[in-house]
Design a protein around this ligand. Structure first.
Ligand SMILES: Cc1cc2nc3c(=O)[nH]c(=O)nc-3n(C[C@H](O)[C@H](O)[C@H](O)COP(=O)(O)O)c2cc1C
Length: 464
């Protein structure tokens, strides 16, 4: 069946049915030589596993990780990574009735209309398919962690309530019914620039990845649907600089603007429907006779799936972010979006933003230096000492010159430090007559970043 894969450069294919031998994933696009913790993958599987209490399906699956290829001695080989778990607790008998009487709310009727048969156990529409997603997501999460990225999810709401989850679920279960809810996903440390407008916007791809999980009925990014009820002045996120970083004061955009990450946390929420397999009698049709029928779904089903969906949804966010990170790096030769070391190939906008931030910091430091120099001058005058100290001035200028030369030699600086002719005599205000200028090299068309002239700090047009 087509439609079993997602991602371009980090490509994930899930395989298996709940009543077959195994379920798992094939992951392509992992760089070679990366250390992968199998323990961490097993922990992620355990978070999704059924049979852990009264709020989930009683199906007992140990879900023990098996690595078939792509990871040797704890490191990726660069080849396809194939991971799986065995199905050990399938009971096909539970589904005999369903094979002819489609469950209202499940995929059975759509399968029958499309393929002329209802797959046993829900086939690829079973929650069991999501094992493969969690396996691939655990690999993606480990690769993202190396880049300083982390994805975390939590159940936000169950049955329309923000508290008392357990009671709501157990109450639904005691009535042979089920409950829906909302799950929130937050990705921290996402670098700016992930997402490829227009059709491969990051929000569009996240929505696709999350909507592909069975039972997910809606996706919102940032303020999402509540943005539709706001005014622009309420919804816009003010842009600020904090600790040298361009941020927004609020995050109604959910970390994505114009389909590209903006460096703020990426925030999504998903609406999870109440699972359709319930013990209450419902109307359906017996497909053998085409006559009305009643169905009560027996077997072992989840009375709510939000908790089990959390690691699945985290996995889909991780897989999507990693795919876009690799795509951002591949879309220009030498591109290193989000890399901690090196600026090669970083987008022009990001470099411009950084130089402006550096300028602002430089101006702040120069200003601070001016204040200190003034204080020293005043103190010296009150002590009757000469304000200028030729020895210190020479040392400072020599240091500055060396720094400018070093940068110039590395071929990275467009600036040269130049000493100006000192003004004759002592300045009336007692300020030291140290004059240092950052001038553009002749071959550069750029303006100097900042000029420190006595008593005045000059910031010519920024280089943008
Ligand atoms: C982890 C997980 C467990 C699930 N368990 C059940 C279940 O026990 N019973 C059920 O009816 N649906 C369950 N679902 C939901 C079905 O898979 C889903 O309703 C089905 O694929 C049809 O897709 P749709 O609801 O998006 O139309 C589960 C989904 C997930 C992700």
């Amino acid at each position: 069946m087509s439609g079993g894969s997602i991602g371009r450069l980090f490509r994930v294919t899930t395989f298996g049915e709940p009543h077959g031998d195994a379920v798992g994933a094939i992951v392509e696009g992992c760089p070679a030589g990366v250390r992968i913790s199998l323990r961490m993958i097993q922990r992620e599987l355990d978070r999704r596993r059924p049979g852990r209490g009264p709020t989930m399906s009683a199906r007992k699956e140990p879900d023990r990780l098996e690595v078939l290829s792509g990871i040797l001695r704890g490191r990726t080989t660069g080849g396809p990574v194939r991971l799986q778990v065995q199905n050990v607790d399938a009971r096909s008998g539970d589904y005999d009735d369903i094979l002819h009487k489609p469950r209202p709310g499940h995929a059975d009727l759509a399968f029958w209309l499309k393929h002329g048969a209802i797959p046993v156990g829900g086939g690829r529409a079973s929650g069991r398919e999501t094992v493969g997603r969690v396996l691939a997501g655990a690999v993606a999460k480990q690769l993202l962690a190396r880049e300083g990225m982390k994805v975390a999810g939590r159940v936000l709401e169950v049955g329309g309530r923000r508290t008392g989850f357990r009671q709501t679920i157990l109450a639904a279960r005691s009535r042979a019914d089920s409950a829906g809810g909302t799950v929130e996903l937050v990705a921290e440390g996402v670098p700016p620039g992930l997402g490829e407008p227009v059709f491969d916007r990051l929000d569009a791809d996240l929505a696709k990845a999350l909507m592909s999980i069975g039972g997910v009925k809606g996706v919102e990014v940032g303020a999402g649907f509540s943005a539709a009820r706001r005014r622009g002045s309420e919804n816009n996120d003010a842009i600020i600089v904090r600790k040298g970083r361009l941020l927004t004061r609020t995050n109604n955009a959910g970390g994505i603007l114009g389909g590209m990450s903006n460096g703020m946390p990426v925030v999504c929420r998903i609406a999870v429907k109440p699972p359709s397999s319930i013990g209450i009698g419902q109307d359906t049709v017996d497909l053998r006779t085409m006559r009305p029928a009643r169905i009560r779904v027996g077997g072992r089903h989840d009375p709510y799936i939000c908790e089990r969906i959390v690691p699945v949804a985290e996995a889909m966010v991780a897989v999507t972010l990693l795919d876009h990170l690799l795509r951002a790096r591949a879309s220009a030769p030498g591109k290193r979006v989000g890399m901690k070391k090196g600026d090669m190939g970083r987008p022009l906008g990001a470099l411009r933003a950084e130089i402006l931030l550096n300028d602002a910091e430089l101006v702040r430091l120069l200003g601070r230096r001016m204040e200190l120099a003034e204080k020293i001058g005043r103190r010296k005058r009150s002590l009757g000492l000469p304000v200028r100290d030729a020895r210190v001035e020479r040392a400072v200028l020599a240091n500055a010159r060396a720094a400018g030369k070093g940068a110039g030699e590395r071929g990275k600086s467009e600036y040269a430090l130049k000493e100006r002719q000192p003004a004759s005599g002592l300045p009336a205000d007692g300020r030291p007559a140290l004059r240092t200028e950052l001038r553009p090299r002749p071959e550069s068309l750029s303006a100097p970043v900042a000029v420190l002239l006595r008593g005045r700090l000059v910031l010519p047009a920024a280089i943008v």
